[in-house]
Structure formats: structure tokens, C-alpha cells
Design a protein around this ligand. Structure first.
Ligand SMILES: Nc1ncnc2c1ncn2[C@@H]1O[C@H](COP(=O)(O)OP(=O)(O)OP(=O)(O)O)[C@@H](O)[C@H]1O
Ligand SMILES: [Mg+2]
Length: 278
């Protein structure tokens, strides 16, 4: 199944391709000291939520000096226990929560003060963990909703989404709520792609699907990455996700616990014992 093809950065997953986005690599997996920082790669990542501290409304801080980022041409994965703040970190990067300290930068520009809508206009696509489709609308209407900020002709993009997810074309007139879990996630990802994002953020795209469907979704996600869209995603299937990840972040209690390449995290004894079931 696996083959090595030097011209295709995604042909051989498992992080033999570290050189693609960052020739210097990302260093080695290191526990992040209490109160310490996770250091992004030199040159600056394409999208970064850096040293974010914040919570919901006037509530307590959920994130503590938390950093997550993705480089051009890469897939970054965020893992960690339930309630660790993974979704909160994603929402912070997307502007759905006040960041009391820290910054969010997209392609070098500080976007910390922008609304989510303005971030979409800047090229961010976000698929939240829950309520990520309009269940009573058809598949096609969901995709049209995704294109809401566009004033140009988006039919080509829709055709690309249908190429990526052929089942959606077949079911385009069906209510999205009638689809299977895996198909609904495809609608959600397809909807986000309709804005032609420069970076895609996915919060648990494989939640509640069978292992086979999970593998299929990961393949599609790699395919999206291969088109040049960096992907920052939260995953509960930590082991499988780290296998396709260039960079991984383990979050615990709103803070960075471990950061490294997917491969480094997979082979780190501490990470294995505590987060990957040994
Ligand atoms: N809308 C909200 N308002 C207030 N607190 C919230 C809100 N959403 C989440 N929290 C709290 O923030 C903390 C982190 O939750 P979050 O959903 O970010 O974790 P998670 O790592 O995504 O968990 P899971 O793996 O279950 O998705 C939890 O203590 C949670 O109760
Ligand atoms: Mg979550």
C-alpha cells in the first residue's frame, strides 16, 4: 500500500517527509515545562495561536499560555484528554473567544482582534466539533451556505468538493440530516472548503464514525492537504491522527504538555503511556 514517491510529499505518510514544509525539521519531542512555552519553528508558522490565555465570557481561564500552530504544506494534530481545552484552543484561534493574553497570527499578520467572519474572509476555514451542518437543508444547500462570503461563481469549487466526496454529489438533493455520520462530516468539510480557505481547521472530523470510515476520512483530509491547504485538526483517535501528522500537540488542562513531530510523539514513552494507551 505505502510507496515512496519523492515528487509527492504525501505519498508516504508517517513523517518521512519532514523536509517539505521546514527543512530544519521541528526539533525533538519535548515535555513542556510547567509554565513553559511551546516554541514554534523558526520562520513563523502559517497559522499560530501563540501563548493563548483565556476562557469563556467572564469565566475562569481555560487556556493557559497555550500554543498551537500549523506550517504551510503540513498537517498539525491536537490531541489530549476530554476537557483538555482542545476545542477551546481551536475556537480561540478562530476568534470565538476572547484571548486575554497571547496572539493569533495568520501568514504573519496579527488577527487577534478580528471577528470569525473577518477571519473567514482572510482565508480561514473552520469545522466545529458540533452543529457543523444544517440538518434540514440539502447537501447542496449546505455547500451553498458555505460559499456565503463569495460574490463570484463558486460552481467550480462545488465541483471540486463533489470530486473529493463523490457520495455528496449522489446525495446532493437529500437533507444533510439523513446522511450517515461519516457523510455528514464530509458535508461539514465540504462546506468549509467552499470559501477556498488558505488553511483548514477541523475539530474531531472523525467523531463517532467506524474505523473504516475514519481511515477514509483521513485519506480525504490528506488529499485536501495535498492540494496545498494546511490543516490544523483536533483528533480523538490520537494514534491514527499522529501517524498522518507532521506536527502534534498534546494538550492537558489548557496547556501544552508535549509538542513534536507526529513520529516523535508516537515513539515518546511518556506520551505513549499517558495518552496512547501504552
Ligand atoms: N461554551 C462554554 N462555556 C463555558 N465553559 C466551556 C464552554 N465550552 C467548554 N467549556 C469548558 O472548557 C473546558 C475545556 O473544554 P473543551 O470543550 O475545550 O475540551 P476538549 O478538549 O475539546 O474536550 P473533548 O475531547 O470532550 O471535545 C471544559 O472544562 C469545559 O467545561
Ligand atoms: Mg472538543
Amino acid at each position: 500500500m505505502k510507496e515512496t514517491n519523492m515528487s509527492d510529499p504525501y505519498a508516504d505518510r508517517g513523517n518521512h517527509d519532514l523536509s517539505i514544509g521546514n527543512p530544519k525539521g521541528q526539533g525533538t519531542a519535548q515535555p513542556v515545562r510547567q509554565g513553559g512555552k511551546s516554541h514554534p519553528a523558526p520562520g513563523g508558522p502559517f497559522l499560530i495561536g501563540e501563548s493563548m490565555t483565556g476562557g469563556y465570557g467572564n469565566g475562569p481561564d481555560i487556556l493557559h499560555d497555550c500554543t498551537i500552530a500549523v506550517e504551510k504544506g503540513e498537517i498539525a494534530v491536537i490531541v489530549g484528554p476530554n476537557g483538555a481545552g482542545k476545542s477551546t484552543a481551536m475556537k480561540a484561534v478562530f476568534g470565538m473567544l476572547d484571548v486575554r493574553q497571547g496572539h493569533v497570527r495568520l501568514d504573519g499578520e496579527d488577527i487577534t482582534a478580528l471577528s470569525p467572519q473577518d477571519r473567514v474572509a482572510k482565508g480561514m476555514g473552520f469545522v466545529p466539533q458540533t452543529s457543523n451542518i444544517f440538518t434540514s437543508m440539502s447537501v447542496e444547500e449546505n455547500l451553498e451556505m458555505g460559499a456565503f462570503i463569495r460574490r463570484d461563481d463558486f460552481r467550480d469549487t462545488m465541483a471540486q468538493v463533489y470530486d473529493l466526496f463523490p457520495i455528496l454529489k449522489e446525495k446532493r438533493l437529500q437533507a444533510a440530516g439523513e446522511l450517515s455520520g461519516g457523510q455528514r462530516q464530509q458535508v461539514a468539510v465540504g462546506r468549509a472548503l467552499m470559501t477556498q480557505p488558505k488553511v483548514l481547521m477541523l475539530d474531531e472530523p472523525t467523531a463517532g464514525v467506524s474505523p473504516i470510515v475514519m481511515d477514509e476520512l483521513f485519506d480525504r483530509i490528506i488529499e485536501v492537504a495535498r492540494t496545498g491547504i494546511p490543516i490544523l485538526m483536533v483528533e480523538q483517535n490520537a494514534r491514527q491522527a499522529l501517524e498522518i501528522a507532521d506536527k502534534g500537540y498534546v494538550l492537558v488542562q489548557g496547556a501544552n504538555a508535549f509538542t513534536g513531530t507526529g513520529k516523535e510523539l508516537l515513539s515518546d514513552p511518556e506520551v505513549r503511556k499517558s495518552f496512547l494507551g501504552g
